[in-house]
Design a protein around this ligand. Structure first.
Ligand code: NAD
Length: 452
């Protein structure tokens, strides 16, 4: 039986194309091919592997407009975001292209000989990608994995397979050998699950929901398979009264409504110091009403539609709490929802505790630094967050106090390919990107050579 999936444009509900989904036998065949390709990919001279990755980066850059257009049409991403995402793939590839020639082991002083360590590739790495940022999240897995000498099998999310399919063609065009970079559109329960159970897949990099992440971790235990998890979030935007309130308020819509709130780093809780609440809300309302929700093809768009009707319904279920104000959104076909600001009754409210993954934010107040930290940490998640204050000591104390992996002070940006990214608690396991990413795609081998 052949499986297919109709890819929908979420901005107008039209069918973009139909994609064939792989079954179990096809999945196994691609994994076998990736395992075979590993034998030659791992032995390519470091300088040559680096050159191929630089070439791949350049080919991605040359196709940035086309890749961005795919994501606008397939995922409803705004033009500005989609271009950034294509560039992020190229930049991440270029950053990790420097790694093959710098994958140093160590020489450790021991008696009776010399001792050296090697960082060996793992083999086939399985990368399971969600629909919210199809290109960057795939790239954060495949760029360091390839640089370390692994081959990759990538399963895009059912909703958003098109950019990954195109990246596989571009990899070949760049000269990446057949079998090294493989994209397998398919269902999580078939293709994704096979990455977990297949003994030749030596590591799973999973980004997605915390519930599926837990089942992947449990499944990987069976073969003691290496796993990196990037999961959900419920991050706080903490605004102290001494901050530049106008600036914090102007940045707050983008910090949560970017990508229609379908962002694991979304600052979906705003904590404002009581004395600054009125001033913040006044500025924030103006900023939310100015936030342009419109056709994502327009260069002026700040936000597009939600990914699906299912996601729309899930987000809508949070809208039974008191509303402070909303922005606007187009009507007609497409999964459009206006940005919405809620004032939950207390910290037990659903909107305050659960990841919404839509354009909805909850605002509450706090009295002092210690209450702000306690409120921010009162969550099973710990991914990102922002702190707004002019007091550098306070910025430092609160940064150290908040239990999350990626914080920003007087800024809302948490992702840079130069720096580690990942979560505390149930937001994940391990870190991606940055100088240490290669460690999670290699095994350390220790070799002692006797001098006798
Ligand atoms: P999801 O968990 O439903 O799916 C993610 C991927 O896993 C998809 O490719 C899906 O097909 C696959 N999958 C589903 N069931 C599987 C199974 N049993 N075995 C193997 N693979 C399986 O998540 P989603 O709805 O696509 O994405 C939204 C979620 O992702 C949100 O909770 C969000 O917070 C999280 N997310 C986290 C990060 C991060 O870096 N921490 C980044 C983006 C998204």
């Amino acid at each position: 039986m052949s499986l297919t999936y109709d890819v929908i444009n979420p901005a107008n509900e039209s069918v973009v194309t139909t994609v064939a989904l792989l079954n179990l036998e096809q999945t196994d065949a691609v994994i076998a091919q990736a395992s075979k390709a590993f034998e030659s990919w791992r032995t390519i001279a470091p300088g040559d592997r680096a050159r191929l990755l630089r070439r791949f980066s350049e080919v991605v850059s040359a196709h940035r407009e086309e890749l961005a257009q795919i994501e606008i049409t397939n995922a409803g991403h705004t033009r500005g975001n989609a271009l950034w995402e294509a560039d992020n793939v190229a930049n991440t590839l270029m950053y990790f292209a420097a790694a093959p020639e710098r994958l140093f082991g160590r020489q450790i002083p021991v008696p009776g000989g010399i001792d050296i360590t090697f960082k060996e590739p793992l083999g086939v790495v399985g990368i399971i990608v969600p629909w919210n940022f199809p290109m960057p999240i795939a790239g954060w897995g495949f760029a360091p994995a390839l640089a370390a000498g692994n081959t990759v099998v990538i399963k895009p999310a059912e909703y958003t397979p098109l950019s990954a399919i195109r990246l596989a063609e571009l990899a070949l065009e760049a000269g990446i050998p057949e079998g090294v970079f493989n994209v397998l559109p398919g269902k999580g329960s078939i293709v994704g699950n096979r990455f977990v159970t297949h003994p030749l897949v030596r590591k799973v990099v999973f980004t997605g929901s915390t519930s599926v992440g837990k089942s992947i971790m449990a499944g990987c235990a069976d073969q003691v398979k290496r796993v990196t998890l990037e999961l959900g979030g419920k991050s706080s935007n903490i605004i102290f009264a001494d901050a530049d309130i106008a600036k914090a308020a102007a940045g707050a819509p983008g910090a949560v409504f970017d990508n229609a709130g379908q962002d694991c780093c979304a600052r979906s809780r705003i904590l404002v110091q009581k004395s600054a609440f009125d001033s913040f809300m006044e500025h924030f309302e103006i900023a939310v009403k100015k936030f342009r929700v419109e056709d994502p093809n327009l260069a002026t768009a700040d936000m597009g539609p939600l990914i699906s009707k299912k996601q729309f319904n899930a987000v809508e279920s949070f809208l039974d709490e008191p509303v402070a104000f909303t922005g606007t959104a187009p009507s007609g076909p497409g999964y459009w929802m206006p940005p919405t600001v809620l004032l939950p009754k207390n910290t037990q409210s659903r909107s305050w505790r659960e990841e919404i993954f839509g354009p909805v934010v909850s605002v509450m107040t706090f009295d002092d630094e210690s209450e702000a930290i306690t409120m921010a940490n009162d969550s099973e998640y710990g991914l990102s967050g922002s702190i707004w204050t002019r007091d550098i000591g306070r910025a430092l104390r609160v940064s150290r106090g908040v239990e999350t992996g990626a914080l920003s002070v007087n800024s809302n940006s948490s992702v840079r390919f130069w720096t580690p990214f990942g979560g505390y608690k149930q937001s994940g396991l391990g870190r991606e990107l940055g100088p240490d990413a290669l460690d999670s795609f290699t095994e350390v081998k220790n070799v002692f050579i006797s001098q006798d």
